[in-house]
Design a protein around this ligand. Structure first.
Ligand code: HEM
Length: 141
């Protein structure tokens, strides 16, 4: 995310080019840390059960990866900036560059993430259901 897009580090990304992406604090609305951790654990449960996708993941212990993705998503949706405080700017393209991802693995990743979102209690009280909100976003990471 560059400054020309109106966002500076650390990235919380709740603001779109057109103004606030949503009312209030989405992270709070959906239940804060426990909701995001549950979602990511569910996602990684899917990854762990999927050998062709799991093969990309460099560490046998998925717990550190769970903590990183939870921290990133919390921060992205308006929660604490612990991720950037600890790891610096997300720079997700750079961080993903070492991994060779084929189309089938990409699709499996999305399938597991969608299933995790669908199974989560991600229901902000004052906005649309979480799945709808997520798929409606057009933000580049
Ligand atoms: C084709 C889809 C994707 C694949 C196959 C993929 C794969 C991976 C892999 C193998 C890792 C390393 C695990 C670790 O050590 O943390 C990783 C890390 C990570 N991914 Fe993805 N990823 C995908 C999409 C995404 C998306 C859409 C996001 C953002 C929502 C994301 C966010 C992250 C984050 C935050 C990390 C941890 C980066 C770090 O701090 O080192 N990934 N991903």
């Amino acid at each position: 995310m560059s400054d020309s897009e109106g966002v500076s580090s650390p990235v919380t990304l709740r603001m779109s080019q057109g103004g606030p992406a949503m009312e209030g604090n989405f992270w709070e609305q959906v239940g804060g840390r426990p909701t995001f951790e549950r979602l990511v654990r569910e996602f990684y449960r899917g990854v762990a059960s999927d050998p062709p996708l799991l093969a990309i993941y460099p560490e046998e212990d998925l717990e550190p990866a769970i903590q990183r993705l939870t921290g990133f998503l919390e921060q992205y949706w308006g929660g604490p900036t612990t991720y950037s405080d600890t790891h610096g700017h997300p720079r997700l393209r750079m961080r993903h560059a070492p991994f060779k991802v084929n189309p089938a693995q990409r699709d499996r990743w999305l399938t597991h993430m969608r299933a995790a979102v669908d199974s989560s209690s991600c229901r902000p009280s004052r906005t649309r259901p979480c799945g709808h909100t997520w798929s409606a976003r057009r933000t580049r990471w």
